[in-house]
Design a protein around this ligand. Structure first.
Ligand SMILES: Nc1ncnc2c1ncn2[C@@H]1O[C@H](COP(=O)(O)OP(=O)(O)OP(=O)(O)O)[C@@H](O)[C@H]1O
Length: 272
C-alpha cells in the first residue's frame, strides 16, 4: 500500500470530495467457502475539483471502489465518505452523476428525454435551455429527437455523460465509459471529455483499462494491485488543460504512459 498523498487542491468545508479510509471489501461465496476479498485496505482522498483515474488488472476491484462511492456497495471494514457524509446522502440530494460502459439509456426515449431524465427523477421541471446546452456540449444538438438505436455507440456514450452531468453533480463517476468503442472514436471522445471537463472541473473518478486515457484525463492516476486490490502507485499528472493532441504526442505523455504500462505488467515495481 502507498500513501496516496494529500490532494493537490483545497477541500470544501474542511472535508474532501471523496475519502476512502482502510476500505476492505469481501463478497460472500458459498456457505462453506471463505469470502472473496476484493479490496484490502484502500486509502484514497480525492479533492474537490480533482480528476482521478483508477487503473489496474482485471478483477482488482476498480468497479467495486466506484460502486462504493456511488453507495451501491458498503465496505466490509473501513469507511467511504462523499462530501463528508455517507454516499446515500449525496444520492438523495441528486448530487452524484454516474455513467457506465453500456450507456444504459432508456431505449424508447429520445436523446433529449434521456438527458432530461435526471430532472424528472428529481421531481424538478425540465429546464429546456439546459438540456439543449448539454446536448450541444457533447456535440449532439442535431440529434435531440433520435432514439438510442438510431445512434452510434460513441453518441450513446456522449448522451450518457451528458445525462450524468445534467444536475451539475458534485461527483461524477465514470466506469469505462468508452470501453466498448473503437480506438479512433475513443481518442476523439477523450479529447472532447477533457475539453468539457477543463471547463466544468467536476470532481471525477474514472475507471479505465486504457493507460493513455487515464494520463490524458486525470490529475492523478491511481494504479491498483491485483486481487485483493490495494493501491500500488499514485502518479500525479500536472500538465495544463485542456490537453489536446500536442500533449498526447509529446515525450512527457509517452514517458508516463510507458512507465505505468510497465507497472501494470509488474505492480510490485510500483510499491513505495
Ligand atoms: N457482487 C459481487 N459478488 C461477488 N463477487 C463480486 C461482486 N462484485 C465484484 N465481485 C468480485 O470482486 C472482484 C473485483 O471486481 P471488480 O468488478 O470491482 O473488478 P474490476 O477491477 O473493476 O474488474 P474489470 O477491470 O475486469 O472490470 C472480482 O473478483 C469480482 O469477481
Amino acid at each position: 500500500m502507498v500513501d496516496n498523498g494529500r490532494p493537490s487542491r483545497g477541500t470544501d468545508a474542511g472535508h474532501a470530495a471523496v475519502e476512502l479510509r482502510g476500505v476492505v471489501k469481501e463478497f460472500p461465496l458459498s456457505r462453506r467457502r471463505e469470502p472473496l476479498r476484493a479490496l484490502d485496505g484502500v486509502d484514497l482522498t480525492i479533492a474537490h475539483g480533482e480528476f482521478v483515474a483508477l487503473l489496474g488488472p482485471s478483477g482488482c476491484g476498480k468497479s467495486t471502489v466506484l460502486r462504493m462511492i456511488a453507495g451501491l456497495e458498503a465496505p466490509t471494514a473501513g469507511s467511504v465518505e462523499v462530501a463528508g457524509g455517507a454516499p446515500a446522502a449525496l444520492i438523495e440530494r441528486h448530487r452524484l452523476g454516474v455513467a457506465f460502459q453500456d450507456a444504459a439509456l432508456l431505449p424508447w426515449a429520445t436523446a433529449w428525454d434521456n438527458v432530461a431524465l435526471p430532472f424528472r427523477l428529481a421531481g424538478r421541471p425540465v429546464p429546456e435551455e439546459r438540456v439543449r446546452a448539454l446536448l450541444e456540449t457533447v456535440g449532439l444538438e442535431g440529434f435531440a429527437r433520435a432514439r438510442p438505436k438510431q445512434l452510434s455507440g460513441g453518441m450513446r456514450q456522449r448522451i450518457s455523460i451528458a445525462r450524468a452531468m445534467a444536475l451539475e453533480p458534485d461527483v461524477l463517476l465514470l466506469d469505462e465509459p468508452f470501453g466498448a468503442l473503437d480506438a479512433v472514436t475513443r481518442r476523439r471522445l477523450n479529447l472532447e471529455l477533457g475539453a468539457v471537463w477543463a471547463r466544468l472541473r467536476t470532481t471525477t473518478v474514472l475507471v479505465t483499462h486504457d493507460v493513455a486515457e487515464a494520463v490524458q484525463l486525470a490529475d492523478r492516476v491511481v494504479v491498483m494491485t491485483g486481487r485483493p486490490g490495494a493501491l500500488a502507485h499514485v502518479e500525479p499528472v500536472s500538465a495544463p488543460r485542456p490537453r489536446g493532441e500536442d500533449f498526447t504526442r509529446g515525450h512527457a505523455f509517452h514517458e508516463v504512459v510507458d512507465r505505468l504500462v510497465a507497472l501494470l505488467d509488474d505492480p510490485s515495481d510500483g510499491r513505495r
